[in-house]
Design a protein around this ligand. Sequence first.
Ligand code: PMT
Length: 409
Amino acid sequence: MPQLANRQVLLGITGGIAAYKSAELVRRLRDAGATVRVVMTPAACEFITPLTLQALSGQPVHLDLLDPAAEAAMGHIELARWADLILVAPASADFMARVAAGIADDLLSTLCLAAKAPLLLAPAMNQAMWSNAATQQNRHTLGARGVRFAGPAEGAQACGDTGPGRMLEVPDLVAAACSVFASGPLAGVRVMLTAGPTREAIDPVRYISNSSSGKMGFALAAAAADAGAEVTLIAGPVHLPAPAGVSRIDVLTAAEMHAAVMARIDACDVFIGCAAVADYRPAEVAQQKIKKTGESLEIRLVRNPDIIADVAAHRPRPFTVGFAAETNDLLLHARQKLERKGLDLVIANDVSRSDIGFESDRNEVCIVSATGDGDPLSGTKLAIARALVEDIAQRLRVTRAHPAGAVPT
Ligand code: PMT
């Protein structure tokens, strides 16, 4: 983890059961070469002792804004200037709300307001608190201000619930901290991708889906993370492990994928829609298994939301890259999708061939943009993903240099 060597990380700990993981986090950040100073809120001290964190960090722990002795040793403004990164793990709902509102009523929230260093929050809370509209609004507000988020993950929670709100595991938090200092072509860029199929239920045991394996999207997520991006991967039902350092959210249906994407859209600079999203879903989902009663069965389908079109229509809008999976007239259909959905790029691939496209480890793609079509790129999905990430990074640089759309051709 060379990115953390000689970096000064201020680790904020707020009140939550996940605070027990912060002890391990201090050790791993130090293993990666960082100097770590810990700031705890009063609620954090209810979950883990300052003494533990002092022993592990090898530094005095900072607790109080109004402690004359601590201020004499290192004042809060000096501490704010000291930090190369402020990482708050766990970050409670209350803490997010206070930072979003610009409140500075304890040492940690004051430091967040006073520091110029990047702020990385690792939320940890009950799933209902995370999903609450107030917390989601705070997350949008903070994301739009450039605050980064690592997680939360989904799964079983200490309170017995299951859902989004778990703090990321320590190696993922260290990877997220590294990505802040990464120096690749996408360093500092927040990339969100979709990958895999969606699954649209007909009844409790049957569904409409397709044979996307997720390989292309996961390869892109890995390549983007290697290029230094902070990557969020919204994955349909696939059997692939998340690439290192990538924050993964699992969904099943197009509606869930749409909701997961739009909830995070304000914290995203580049969006890549690689998922094979079902365009239609059954109008009604039978509550019980449909019985074989006649010679034919009609299922009425209704349109799903077009995720990437909604992303491209959002303001402010990320650099938006779609895929076109076609069986005929590849480039013609890709150009139509570019225009109809308002995209910056379309990656066209022929899914009529069995050696590329769906499920295969290889692919052949063509980059279609408003300025023309690129030469075909073929190879493993990872090699193609790396080439696409290079290309996207280059175009993003040009777009950022000419934000009014006056891009030289
Ligand atoms: O997963 P693999 O097995 O590795 O296979 C890779 C792949 C073939 C699935 C991938 O390379 C690919 O082409 N993905 C896009 C598949 C697709 O749905 O294409 P489309 O032409 O139907 O959709 C065009 C674009 O709109 C895509 O970016 C798609 O994600 C997006 N879309 C489509 C429908 C919808 N309701 N919402 C969307 O966002």
